[in-house]
Design a protein around this ligand. Sequence first.
Ligand code: SF4
Length: 377
Amino acid sequence: MTNQQTAGIYLHIPFCIQKCQYCDFCSFPRANTATVSQYVDRLCDELRLRAPSAAGHRFDTVYFGGGTPTLLPAAQLIRLLDTVRCHYTTDIDAEITLECNPATADETTFSELRAAGFNRLSIGAQSFDDGELAALGRVHRANAIESTVVSARRAGFDHISLDLMYGIPYQTPASFTRSLECALSLNVEHLSVYSLIVEEGTPFYDRRNALPLPDEDTLCAMTEKLLLTLEQAGYHRYEISNFARAGYRSRHNLHYWNLDDYLGFGSAAHSLLNGERTGHSRDLDAYLRGVDITEPEELLTPDAARDEYVMLRLRLTDGIDKALFFTRFGADFDVVYGQRAAPYVRAGLLQDSPDRIAFTSEGFDVSNTVLAQILYG
Ligand code: SF4
């Protein structure tokens, strides 16, 4: 990494009130306070111990994800942030994000966190329909989303993101439209909107044949509605599933899509540092005992890094800047991938110019298939 490049730090807080029906994240319900305190101690140990490996890196984003980080008392979150700042070089204007679920923090807590330096909130709203929230196994109800946003605003958070889902059991185009309208009425700066994926190992997967999921045509109609509504409301689609007002893209997630270095701390967290991937297992007990050290997972060869960069960058509407690609990989994009990309340019799925290549809106709908052909076809 050159001095000009910056990196991100991720802290995983794997605790939730209860497990949602679709969740395959590393999260554990109903942890007691002793376990949570012990986990915070281990995280601080890990932050301290791994700091020498990041000497020379500058961090411009810190992201507390989960799980539900706001289940931790504010004092513990602030202790973690202070530990990061003590051992790592962080920018004065670093983006410091906290994931939060509705009704898990009040205005007083938000005020303490804001004063300590947290400056971005990502709230897991998912839907504004109580029936859909219940079907997902979410603990909160729709009215808690608005009160959480209002409390955060009063506490001074001026960069708030909401997560929404579509393709939820029982969801209809009309109920999805209502959820979009409710989200827009809260006037947030950023929206992440994902379609539900029924992952193996979840309660939804066990009931997959009985789930009343919207069909493909309904999903397509919802996608169209989503894109039109958010564009009209002034949100720019800058990534397949992410939409932002000008100046409010997620800088942390952009590190992932740019294949930048990042350090992940805590159970199940992964890191990419100087071309090497490392990661923790999902074994919470092992992490709490301090025996779960990060294990090497993969050394990215130059070719693998180049392919991965293409895969990640094409998730962005900005796509790939060919001059930057050449500077980074010493290879001409058109020479390496041009022939395999050409049919998709002709089909209108990719927009290609001498400077840049990116998916069109139609291309995003089939991006996995196209990428597989471009990279390995
Ligand atoms: S709140 Fe998020 S991390 Fe927790 S169980 Fe639900 S989906 Fe999983």
